[in-house]
Design a protein around this ligand. Sequence first.
Ligand SMILES: [Zn+2]
Ligand SMILES: [Zn+2]
Length: 182
Amino acid sequence: MQFNVSTLLQEPVGSTRLAEVEDEPVAVPAAGYASTVSGRARLMRTQRGVLVHADLTTHPALECARCLTSFQGEIRLLIDEEFVPLRDPVTGEAIEADPDEFRIDGRNHLDLSEAVRQYEQAALPIQPVCREDCAGLCPVCGQNLNERRCDCEQPEPEGAWAGLAALAERLRTEEHDGSPEA
Ligand SMILES: [Zn+2]
Ligand SMILES: [Zn+2]
């Protein structure tokens, strides 16, 4: 997703542009990254370059941590970054910047793709799920339980449920002999 900021760079500090984007493709081929974004962006001329405020939703391809199915995720990104041109738009002199700063290229194209990729990377869920109630895969036969049940015996419940089951078992025993042992 690129914005041509040739004109904006000729304008005084504080000048702004608003842009609405809908299903714009973003891609960083070197990082093997591709997605689409929707939302809005505000570009403001600063002393050094252009400050971008963007409220975007990306749709990365994710894999469900439970059922391993690929699905299109939805992640909201609030981007706030200054982009520095390679050359001063008035004098044509090269502008120095830190290696991790975002740059506006020599044709005055401001490309948000790398920023989107980085912000998305930071916002990705560690365990994405295709839907809240995803039933996952059968741990025995691997059947996707969202599609159909299988006949496998499910393993004993663990954690809190196991604790509750043990408690219920003990209460039942106590009812029977009436004299619980510590
Ligand atoms: Zn799933
Ligand atoms: Zn099974």
